[in-house]
Design a binder for this molecule. Structure first.
Ligand SMILES: *[C@@H]1O[C@H](CO)[C@@H](O)[C@H](O)[C@H]1NC(C)=O
Ligand SMILES: *[C@@H]1O[C@H](CO)[C@@H](O)[C@H](O)[C@H]1NC(C)=O
Length: 364
């Protein structure tokens, strides 16, 4: 193994990646999503992945097969995050060749950090569970407890097919992801643990009983049912709503738990997201807080929302360009069954945010 080309390539990859990290903030297990785990194979690589704590390395060595869906799960979470934040100043962008993946923005206990922790935890649960159902993992399969007969509002049914084993995905995700936080017991660690759990719960929440009917001419006298996860988009939407309504918390005097910062707010449930610090406005580039700024971002002149030019550009104004856009037109349906379209062009206005005014012009 040690001399196989795959292994050497991997070492080369890690060395290159680490070499190119200009200012490494703090490596995170999220970085595992940037590596091609498939090509790596055996547990020999677990010691070389940056950002893992001891317990995570041990889990990696004992369950190398689970590392594949685990890293897919992070990517799933990041994609979902970028989808929901595409029209906001902070757009969930990741930094290339950075072992912290999101950069310094995750060092703060902000709402954005709350969302990222919850969605990546949920992504990992989802991806591991999916792999269990597909029979890709050594130590898990479909939910073994969904046997025999069950009952729902419509009456009795037989468990059958493959129920997603969310319990396994959730337990592995908790053991692996929470390992880092269990080492420190400060406010930030408690915040992360809370949001990781909210992510796991969201996957559980969006499960659905799916059934097949049997019996004379589909009379449905006998039903076979299984409990299945739903599309990850629903989990993403749910967590985005929780992000909007996230609760600000602070450390209790005795340092043992988190309490609501504003006594007039209701206590967060285990499914709510919590954060410690208010967010920067993400308007201008600020490497201290990990803000990339919105200079050059596309905005929508007619929108009143966060993608509108006023909000997106933070009042700095915007540039307008007229660009050629290709689109499909004159689509015709041909029997049977395809649609043929022409390629058309039109000129559209494109608005992009101006940068901050140059300093020192006034008064110099
Ligand atoms: C996200 O924002 C950054 C910085 O403002 C920008 O470079 C990047 O293109 C944006 N990504 C998307 C998908 O809009
Ligand atoms: C811009 O915003 C308007 C109003 O919200 C919306 O109807 C339109 O589809 C948006 N355009 C783009 C390109 O997103």
């Amino acid at each position: 193994m040690r001399s196989s080309p795959g292994y050497l390539l991997f070492i080369l990859e890690v060395v290159l990646l680490l070499g190119l990290v200009a200012k490494e903030v703090s490596a995170s297990w999220w970085f595992i999503s940037q590596l091609n785990i498939h090509a790596l194979g055996a547990g020999v690589v677990c010691d070389n992945i940056p950002g893992l704590v001891g317990r995570q390395r041990r889990l990696c060595r004992h369950h190398p097969d689970v590392m594949v869906p685990l890293s897919e799960g992070v990517r799933l979470g990041v994609e979902e995050c970028q989808f929901h934040f595409r029209n906001q100043r902070w757009n969930c962008s990741t930094l290339e060749r950075d072992t912290s993946l999101f950069g310094k923005v995750m060092l703060r206990g902000s709402r954005e950090a709350a969302f990222v922790y919850s969605i990546s935890s949920a992504g990992v649960v989802h991806a591991i569970t999916r792999s269990c159902s597909r029979g890709q993992l050594m130590h898990c399969a479909c939910d073994p407890t969904k046997r025999g007969s069950g009952r729902d509002k419509r009456g009795a049914f037989d468990w059958g097919g493959c129920s997603d084993n969310v319990r396994y995905g959730s337990t592995f995700s908790r053991m692996f992801i929470d390992a880092k936080e269990r080492k420190q017991r400060d406010g930030r660690a408690m915040m992360n643990l809370h949001n990781n759990r909210a992510g796991r719960r969201a996957v559980k929440k969006f499960r659905k009983l799916e059934c097949k009917c049997h019996g004379v001419s589909g009379s449905c006298t006998i039903r076979t049912c299984w409990l299945a996860m739903q599309e990850f988009r629903l989990v993403g939407q749910h967590l985005k709503t929780r992000y909007n309504g996230a609760t600000q918390v602070m450390m209790k005097q005795n340092g043992a738990s988190l309490i609501v910062a504003d006594k007039n707010h209701k206590r967060p449930t285990r499914s709510d997201l919590v954060y410690l610090e208010s967010s920067p406005d993400y308007c201008v580039e600020n490497s201290e807080v990990g803000s990339l700024g919105t200079t050059g971002r596309t905005c929508n002149k007619s929108s009143m929302g966060t993608d509108g030019c006023d909000i997106m550009c933070c009042g700095r104004g915007y540039h307008t360009r007229v660009v050629k856009q290709h689109y499909k037109c004159e689509c015709k349906f041909h029997w049977c069954c395809f649609v043929h379209c022409k390629d058309c062009q039109r000129w559209v206005e494109l608005h992009t945010c101006k940068g901050p005014a140059p300093q020192g012009l006034i008064g110099s």
